[in-house]
Design a protein around this ligand. Structure first.
Ligand code: TEU
Ligand code: CA
Length: 540
């Protein structure tokens, strides 16, 4: 079991916001090529590239009109080939975003499908009769409202678990599955490193019984897909699965089942959500819950028969330093603490663009400044239901997706060096201080910590292979664990709070591996930790 991705670090690029090359204010593929040296220097092994396919862009590319064409906003297929080749020269693989739960309503398949009930593409999508003039059932869209849209041409409703412009494909139709596999092979043959699979746990849905996640044929489809496409080579696959438990994750990632390399699970990411409510309805994070969830996944997803992915951020989530850390005075220390805590666990870590310099959330004052379709739909729906605009803007500022999507902050120059034109989304004005150039120049920056963590993972097999043992005898705000491999034992300690804490551990420090304060305590007996202090030490 020595697949390359087991000790790899993946970097996610949201292309619209990474680097513009032609001054139109939209990040593009040539822009990414121009920043490959930066990524090689950071030390990453692969790029997960959010969608660059032809798309009307109502969900910023997660609504695909042609899987085998590049959207002109992002460049050309020749640019894409160059990106794969230039990344390859730097030992960086490109992981494409595979969005196959749905297409855009502008996809040729859907244009055909909606024409008539007898069109050969009709069964590529999920069409049902209404019930007494209303939707077939009560399934809801993730982006607000009913998941069924009536289409006047044929009088039936089609299913869309996201926006109405994102009709769900009918995976029960073998023709759909074969067409998807042909498309996947087109990309694999180009030399990409694998796929990140958007909401893949939805493809087995049973709409007539209102089953969305983990439907009856989900794992059959994935095994069929594996055999027809990436199973033939050394590819990495990661499924986005909001509803995975450790035992479900093991089904996907047990190598003997021939499905995926790993999945993203979101249990920790939902801890600050009011139970039974929506993501907008938040409550404070409880440290004991975060610790319990992280420890559970480390200990219960058996590494001999499964694999974890490790992340704090992506293009759908608020910035971790603003969410659970401190994006004010302790920004650097808290961002580093989260990095040290996560990157020394077992699994494949993902860094979302800007995380490596501690980029923060970016609050707005009014809905006019918001681009994200999920936030805008929520705002309109709840406004109509009588909620106060100020409360809705506060929720968007806390957890809205635009927080992660503001342009990458490269330098203290106009538009943060992202574009020479007008950026498609506002640049966070803290770019004067928080930017790549400043971070690379400072030896104790968030960037320096990420770079060191990536190097440690590549150099030290204990991180990929070692056993994991949680430590219970620490205060509530402190998370600590041991990693053990052959004769080596590491202790990782992270103070999650903006307050001092005292730990009392018997171990003797042999060597400091990484720290976010200039010194670690001389002894671990009754040792005081500073706010957000984190370190890893080899112990006896
Ligand atoms: O996200 C899946 C998804 O369910 C999200 O909409 C999630 O619930 C929400 O954003 C949490 O804030 C994937 C993509 O990552 C997302 O960008 C797409 O909008 C969505 O699928 C549809 O393709
Ligand atoms: Ca551009």
């Amino acid at each position: 079991m020595h697949e390359w991705w087991r000790n790899a670090v993946v970097y996610q690029i949201y292309p619209r916001s990474f680097q513009d090359s032609n001054g139109d204010g939209i990040g593009d593929i040539p822009g990414i090529v121009s920043r490959l040296d930066y990524l090689a220097e950071l030390g990453i092994d692969a790029i997960w590239l959010s969608p660059v396919y032809k798309s009307p862009g109502i969900d910023n590319g997660y609504d695909i009109a042609d899987y085998q064409a590049i959207d002109p906003q992002f460049g050309t297929m020749a640019d894409m080939d160059e990106l794969i080749a230039e990344a390859g020269k730097r030992n960086i693989r490109i992981i494409m975003d595979l969005v196959v739960n749905h297409t855009s309503d502008q996809h040729e398949w859907f244009k055909q499908s909606r024409r008539s009930r007898s069109n050969p593409y009709r069964d590529y999508y999920i069409w049902r009769d209404g019930k007494n003039g209303v939707a077939p059932n009560s399934m809801q869209s993730t982006f607000s409202g009913s998941a069924w849209q009536e289409d006047s041409r044929t009088g039936q409703y089609y299913l869309h678990l996201f926006s109405a412009g994102q009709p769900d494909l009918n995976w029960a139709n073998p023709k759909v599955r074969q067409a998807i596999y042909r498309m996947m092979n087109f990309w694999l043959d180009k030399g990409i490193g694998g796929f990140r699979m958007d909401v893949i746990d939805l493809i087995g849905k049973d709409p007539d019984h209102e089953i969305r996640e983990n439907g009856p044929h989900l794992h059959d489809y994935l095994q069929e897909m594996n055999a027809a496409t990436f199973g033939r080579g050394d590819f990495m696959t990661v499924g986005e699965t909001w509803g995975a438990t450790p035992s479900i994750a093991q089904k996907y990632s047990d190598p003997s089942r021939h499905e995926l390399s790993m999945v993203f699970q979101f249990e920790a990411m939902q801890l600050d959500q009011e139970p039974g409510k929506e993501k907008w309805d938040t409550r404070p994070l409880q440290f004991d819950q975060l610790k319990a969830v992280l420890n559970k996944w480390q200990t219960q997803l058996d590494y001999r028969a499964g694999w974890n992915s490790l992340f704090w951020n992506n293009h759908d989530l608020p910035r971790i330093v603003s969410r659970w850390g401190d994006d004010g005075r302790c920004r650097v220390a808290s961002a580093q603490m989260f990095a040290i805590l996560l990157h020394l666990m077992r699994g494949t870590p993902y860094i979302y663009q800007g995380e490596e310099i501690g980029m923060t959330n970016c609050p707005v004052k009014s809905i006019a400044e918001v681009d994200d379709i999920e936030s805008v739909n929520m705002y309109n729906e709840r406004l109509a239901a009588g909620e106060a605009p100020a409360a809705l803007i506060a929720a968007i500022n806390k957890v809205g997706r635009d927080n992660a999507r503001t342009p990458m902050q490269w330098a203290d120059v106009p538009a943060a060096g992202f574009t020479s034109g007008q950026p498609w989304l506002h640049v966070n004005q803290n770019y004067h201080k928080i930017n790549v150039a400043a971070a690379m120049a400072a030896p104790d920056s968030v960037y320096a910590t990420y770079k060191q963590l990536i190097k440690l993972r590549h150099d030290e097999p204990i991180i990929t292979n070692g056993d994991y043992e949680p430590i219970d005898s620490v205060p509530e705000a402190v998370m600590a664990y041991y990693r053990t491999y052959q004769k080596t034992r590491w202790l990782v300690v992270a103070n999650l709070a903006n307050a001092e804490a005292t730990i009392n551990l018997p171990d003797e420090i042999e060597k400091v591996l990484i720290t976010n304060y200039s010194a670690v305590p001389a002894t671990l007996i009754n040792a005081t930790l500073a706010p957000y202090q984190a370190f890893a030490v080899a112990v006896r």
